[in-house]
Every structure is written in C-alpha cells, then in structure tokens.
Design a protein around this ligand. Structure first.
Ligand code: IMP
Length: 428
C-alpha cells in the first residue's frame, strides 16, 4: 500500500484536522510528519470541540494507530495538556499512539530563544507562534538537538542541561531581558520543572523506530495517511521566506518526516479554504483591509486555534494555489469553509498577478514588484449549505465557483466541506 497525504495549500488553518478526522475511517494509521505545537487542528464531533497540536487527528478512533513521526518537534508539557484533555473526554491515547525516537524535543529554553529572537528582530519579526519551533529545528540541523529516544538512555538530565546551558549563553548575549517572559503563563523555572516531569512521563507511551513500523505496516497492506501541519506557503524552502515556519510542509516533507520513499506516496489531498487567511507577518497579495475582510474574519471565526490571534483575510489567490498544487503533486483538492461565503452577492478571486503589463499565473514575479491583481468576479449564493448532504443540492453558483477553481488550479475537486462538524462534508 502507499501513503496518502493530506496537507494545506495556503498559509495554514485550512481545516486539515477536520478533514483528517472525516477521512480517518478509510485508514489504519494516521501519521504527523512535521511541525509541532505551532499547529492547531480543530476537530468537532458529538457537539464537542478538541484542538490538537502535536497528536495526530485520528486519536479519537481507537482502531487507528496514530504516529508522531521523526520530522515532528514535540513539547512534552503541551503534549500532556492535549493528552489530559483526550483522557478527560473518555479516550485512551496510550493504546493507539506511537512516538518516533528521532522526533526532537522543544526545550523550555527553545521557547525563550524564540521570544528573544523575535524581540531582537523588532519590526522585521516573523510573527512566530513562540512555541520554540525555529530554535528547535535550528538545533536539529546543527546536530545538537535533544531527541525523544534520549529518554531511553541514562543521562537524559545531563544531556538536557548541556543544551540548556548553551541556549542560556545565547540568550544572555542577545541583551534582551528575558526574565519577564512567561511560558504558558509560568515563569521559566516553574515551566522547566513541569516540562521535565512531562518529558519523563512520555515513557508511558510506546517510543519506537516509527519509520520501520510504517514501512512494515504498508508492506502488510495497511493504509497510511500522512497529516500535514501549517501550509505550503509557509514551507521553509518554497513559502514566502523568511515569513515561514521551519519545516517542509509539503509532500516532500512526508518522505523525510516519516521515512517513506517517494515511490510509496499515493494520493495527495490538497486542502484550501474558499478564501484565504494568514496569521503572522509576510506577503498576502489578496488581503482585504475593508469591511469584507472583517466579515470573512467574523463569519469564518478567523482567530488562531493556537494563539487566538485574529487572522488576516482575503480573496482566493489562484496563482498561489496553482503553485501549491504543482509543488505537492496534488491529486485531489478539498475546499473548506465554502459555507462562510454563503450570503455574499459577489465573490472575487485573484486569477493572475500583473507586473509592468506582464501577467503571471504563478508567484514568479520580478523582485520588488507589488503586483496588480487580475480579479474575476463571480456570482455568490444565498442558500445556507451547512445541512446540504448531496453535491446535486448545492447552489448552482457554488458549483460554478468550484468548477472554476478546479479548472484553474489544474486538479480534481473531490470534497467540499460545509461546516466544522465531522459530518459536514460532501463528496463530489
Ligand atoms: P512558527 O512556526 O511558530 O515559528 O511561526 C512561523 C510563521 O508560521 C508565523 O507567521 C506563524 O503565524 C505561522 N504559523 C505557524 N504555524 C501555523 C499554523 O499551524 N497555522 C497557521 N500559521 C502558522
């Protein structure tokens, strides 16, 4: 069997958690391959809402094995907040969760470093979620990271302290006063004590060479779904650098983040919102600064699942979407939050960028050009689609919008999500 992939085609927050949860019954294994608690995957079922940060979105289905792959960075303190919430809801994650021994720990001092780095950048700051993602991946590639597998050896505390000492020297040298910085509401020392307790508690889960588990499972005919975090336009290589996250958020990241060969990648489900949002800083060509932007934020409840920050909003950006479809080899598109556009008389889409009278269908515009946008206006629809269950009951204007997007993006649209609940999804 091959590994299917679900990932975001925009700047994150496309609704990946809900879609993974909805498609999960078709799979035996759900695996996260990159990112960490900067992600916030929201799942709603039986009128209950869960926000997952590090745990894969198949965790609420006891017959599915959930894997945290080697490409993920893990903060045990935040991880146990999630685990506690899952247990309180009556689920037992210790029975269906497996963690890679090569996944890296986000240390409390990584979080301090993140805050200090952002403060030092001033106006040029990235707008990080401040979960320690960048400093943790920096240590990984510097070959000085602390990995989950270290828990299986004696001397974890010594390894931990040697890294903390280096981080503290860097923080002191930055000149930024870090003493007032709270981590999840706690002063550093208190957070560190809780973090260490949580790190040791992780031994209650199965820690393994997950790349072997995944490959053997595939060989035995098991179906695997790789769950992406963030979005393609935040990819460290192909996103709007430097306003990106520190991992490969695209299909290529599945291979390195799970230990799966490219020839074993199957379907690639690319998720996009019917409009665009972005949190943090960086370019956003179709951003709306007017009442329409506010309406999309309000109707779409566009506030970060991890940080609560208001998201920037704008119309769908086809050059960016085409680029993401190309980079990921998307076989199936999934449109989410179409219901947020219900009631609009007119819907706009950016079909191309224009710089010095030249049209661009992908974001390869000349450096320094602030592109004019070629906007296509389409009819909106007034019907409430949140209870619609069949494709042939969708408003004709939405069908027309979907057809335009799939033709223009160059990939088949397989599902439309019509609300946040597990059940609100239409197969086309
Ligand atoms: P970091 O990954 O926390 O360092 O954040 C880097 C950039 O990616 C910032 O602009 C964040 O707002 C953005 N970002 C990180 N994770 C997510 C996510 O899960 N959804 C949306 N944006 C994210």
């Amino acid at each position: 069997m091959k590994v299917d992939v679900i990932l975001g085609l925009q700047w994150g927050d496309e609704g990946k958690g809900k879609i993974v949860d909805a498609l999960a019954p078709q799979y035996d294994i759900i695996a996260r391959f990159q990112g960490g608690p900067n992600a916030g995957h929201t799942i709603i079922f039986n009128s209950r809402k869960f926000v997952l940060h590090s745990v894969p979105s198949g965790i609420f289905r006891s017959n599915i094995l959930n894997i945290i792959g080697n490409g993920v960075v893990l903060d045990p303190f935040i991880f146990f907040q999630e685990i506690d919430a899952i247990r309180e809801a009556g689920f037992d994650p210790s029975s269906n969760l497996l963690i890679s021994r090569s996944a890296h720990f986000i240390m409390p001092s990584h979080r301090l470093l993140d805050a200090v780095n952002e403060a030092a950048m001033g106006e040029k700051k990235i707008g990080s979620t401040l979960k320690g993602i960048g400093p943790c991946y920096t240590d990984k590639y510097k070959r000085s990271g602390l990995r989950v597998g270290e828990l299986e050896h004696n001397g974890f505390q010594t390894e931990y302290e040697s890294r903390r000492e280096i981080h503290m020297k860097l923080i002191a040298a930055s000149g930024v006063d870090y003493r007032g910085i709270l981590l999840d509401g706690l002063p550093f020392d208190e957070y560190e004590q809780e973090w260490l307790k949580a790190a040791h508690k992780m031994k209650q889960f199965r820690i393994a060479a997950t790349e072997i588990e995944i490959n053997k499972s595939m060989a035995a005919g098991k179906k695997v779904l790789a769950e992406g975090a963030q979005g393609t336009l935040l990819d460290v290589d192909f996103g709007s650098y430097p306003f990106v996250t520190s991992s490969n958020t695209m299909t290529g990241g599945v291979c390195t983040g799970l230990g799966v060969a490219p020839s074993h990648v199957g379907k690639v489900f690319g998720i996009f919102k019917a409009y665009c949002t972005r949190v943090g800083n960086g370019p956003f060509p179709t951003e709306l600064f007017d009442d329409m932007g506010e309406l999309l934020r309000k109707n779409g409840n566009e506030f970060g699942a991890t940080t609560g920050r208001p998201r920037r909003t704008g119309w769908l950006d086809m050059p960016a979407l085409r680029y993401s479809v190309m980079l990921n080899g998307v076989t199936d598109l999934i449109m989410t939050k179409a219901d947020v556009l219900s009631g609009l008389e007119t819907i706009k889409v950016c079909d191309a960028y224009k710089c010095a009278d030249k049209l661009y269908d992908m974001p390869d515009i000349p450096a320094g050009c602030l592109p004019d946008l070629i906007i296509k206006e389409m009819n909106g629809w007034s019907a409430d689609i949140t209870t619609t269950t069949q494709a042939n009951q969708l408003p004709p204007a939405l069908t027309e919008y979907s057809r335009f997007v799939e033709k223009s993006a160059g990939a088949h649209l397989s599902y439309i999500s019509t609300g946040p609940d597990r059940e609100q999804i239409i197969k086309l």
